[in-house]
Ligand binder design. Structure first.
Ligand code: AMP
Length: 283
């Protein structure tokens, strides 16, 4: 496996093989590895990018303390089948003040976009840059960040970018907690409390499938989460995917708009750590 930290990434021009890109912010875990393995099974060359992108963090967010460990990342990426790790510095990615950004409207106003203004502009801008640098045929994203999948897919469609988005399922710990680089922030006690997120999503899904209205299911999920002393809900919503539109609160899910995929999406603070998770409601 090759580690590349400067540009150009392909000195001899684009290789004549299918390239798969897995964009990450590093501190790789089994969730990332599952994306890399998927790319390995579908592409000739697998590139994993590792870049903690300052543009997608708000001023009071965790950019500085975001966990970083390039040696460990190289090991995880290589074991999962990566050929190249592209790990540029901030100066390589942003050698001058950036005057061009990419914005996807509407889809970015809701859910995480509502509490993290500017976050998705940072994401779509850096993903555009990475796609231009790596020139992959396929790009892999986890459904853990379902809104990111919806936003990036829409950008790629709207701008006719020649790349296919491959959404990959959420990888969970055996007890249900979705893997995240930010789980490292949790104390042992917070780690236990964090379980309430996936448990509530499961409960909410079961209630909806039994005929509860979205309004009732979400109320019960909220009550469940609020029982944890250190949990504070940012949002819990039932939305259509990939439109991310709220559903009719009083209609059972099997009467919602035909063909729409429905997701319960949640962001919950556990102590000082903001965790996101979601579950699809398959009617
Ligand atoms: P991050 O390093 O957190 O920016 O994540 C990089 C990519 O890995 C994103 O597409 C995430 O959605 C994906 N990812 C992170 N955690 C998981 C997980 N538990 N299961 C599946 N994909 C994940």
């Amino acid at each position: 496996m090759k580690l590349v930290q400067t540009l150009p990434l392909w000195p001899q021009g684009k290789p004549n093989e299918t390239i798969g890109l897995v964009p990450t912010m590093g501190y790789l875990h089994e969730g990332h590895a599952s994306l890399i393995r998927k790319a390995r099974s579908q592409c000739d060359i697998v590139v994993v990018s590792i870049f903690v992108n300052p543009l997608q963090f708000g001023p009071n967010e965790d950019y500085e303390r975001y966990p970083r460990d390039l040696d460990h990342d190289c090991h995880v990426a290589e074991s999962a089948g990566a050929d190249v790790i592209f790990a540029p510095s901030v100066d390589v990615m942003y050698p001058q003040e950036i005057k061009t950004t990419v914005t996807v409207n509407d889809l970015t106003d809701r859910l995480c976009g509502a509490s993290r203004p500017g976050h998705f502009d940072g994401v779509t801008t850096v993903v555009s840059k990475l796609l231009n640098i790596v020139q992959p045929a396929k790009v892999y994203f986890g459904m853990k960040d379902a809104q990111q999948v919806a936003v990036v897919s829409r950008m790629i469609e709207d701008l006719n970018m020649p790349v296919e988005v491959v959404p990959c399922p959420i990888f969970r710990e055996p007890d249900g907690l979705a893997l995240s680089s930010r789980n490292v922030y949790l104390t042992e006690d917070e780690r236990k409390q964090a379980l309430v997120i996936s448990q509530s999503l499961k409960l909410g899904t079961a209630l909806l499938l039994k005929g509860s209205t979205p309004q009732d299911a979400i109320r019960i999920m909220k009550q469940n989460i609020e029982q944890m002393p250190d949990a504070r809900i940012d949002y819990i919503e039932l939305v259509s995917f990939p439109e991310l539109l709220p559903v009719e609160p009083l209609k059972p899910v099997n009467e919602q708009e035909k063909k729409a995929r429905l997701l319960i999406a949640a962001a919950v603070w556990i102590g000082k750590t903001r965790l996101i998770d979601n579950m699809e409601v398959v009617v």
